[in-house]
Ligand binder design. Structure first.
Ligand code: GLN
Length: 275
């Protein structure tokens, strides 16, 4: 006979997730998923005994998490802004810090017709959020990976002010056509030890040459060509890249350069106007 386990006992499997920074949260999210209940419901009913099939599914998820697979890939989704986005191992998992780019983009442009492109959209997080928040904007988003584009397309179902297309950064985008460019490029150095903790995610979405700035350079140069005069670039960057990115923007004659920290108070985003 199978031993009965209460919700509290199942959540206690968090002790097995030694390599996670957030073991209890991980277990709560996975058990919430398999039970179809919220985390707060689980905590207020933690003496209940879930059905065996729920328990087996949950234990399988804990085993996957023990191998280092991120919770978002195990669940198949990640919440970002107001949306739940499907993700798989072809896409970068949207980070809470990237919501800063959305906030800055929403503040930077007026309501009403304007053309905005999200370069390297991955799961579509930035473009989809902007399209939903500003239905009068015309959003474009590209990615060089067709697997990512398929995921973005799935997430964008029913959104009619967003056009997704395959492409590498600014290639294939018309000259002086965009009012705003938003981009979260890969920016981690190839030999950065932080990469050890990110092995499940696609390297193409994380790593950018020995300096970490290879793609940032391409995006800034390419933006000069596709942006309208007076248009704005909003770019995410590494915590130690602020000065280097600012210099690259100045080299392109940008003005009104503003810099922003993320929720952890680390330098994370930059906004600049192209003349
Ligand atoms: N911010 C991510 C991280 O450091 C990396 C994402 C990226 O390179 N754009 O985990």
């Amino acid at each position: 006979m199978t031993v009965k386990r209460t919700i509290r006992q199942l959540l206690a499997l968090a002790v097995c997730l030694e390599q996670s920074d957030t073991p209890l949260l991980d277990c709560q999210l996975m058990l919430a998923h398999v039970t179809g209940k919220s985390r707060s419901w689980l905590l207020s009913h933690d003496d209940l005994v879930p059905e065996n099939c729920v328990r087996f599914k949950f234990e399988e998820m804990v085993r996957r998490r023990q191998t280092g697979e991120p919770v978002a890939y195990i669940l198949g989704y990640k919440d970002f802004w107001r949306s739940r986005l499907s993700v798989n191992s072809a896409t970068l998992i949207p980070r809470p810090e990237t919501e800063l780019l959305v906030e800055l983009a929403l503040e930077a442009m007026p309501d009403g017709a304007c053309k905005v492109v999200d370069l390297g959209t991955g799961s579509g997080a930035i473009a989809i959020t902007l399209a939903l928040e500003q239905p009068d904007w015309q959003l474009f988003a590209n990615d060089c990976s067709s697997a990512s584009l398929r995921m973005a397309q799935k997430n964008a179902t029913g959104i009619d002010n967003l056009f997704l297309f395959r492409g590498h950064w600014t290639e294939a985008i018309a000259t002086h056509s965009m009012d705003m460019v938003v981009c979260n490029p890969p920016y981690i150095r190839a030999n950065d030890p932080h990469l050890d903790a990110l092995q499940a995610e696609p390297p193409v979405a994380l790593v950018s040459g020995d300096s970490g700035l290879h793609d940032v350079q391409l995006v800034i140069k390419g933006t000069r060509r596709i942006i309208k005069s007076g248009g704005i670039l909003i770019l995410e960057h590494g915590f130690d890249q602020r000065d280097a990115v600012q210099d690259l923007l100045k080299d392109q004659g940008c003005v009104a350069i503003e810099m922003f920290d993320d929720l952890n108070r680390l330098p994370r985003a930059i906004k600049a106007t192209f003349q």
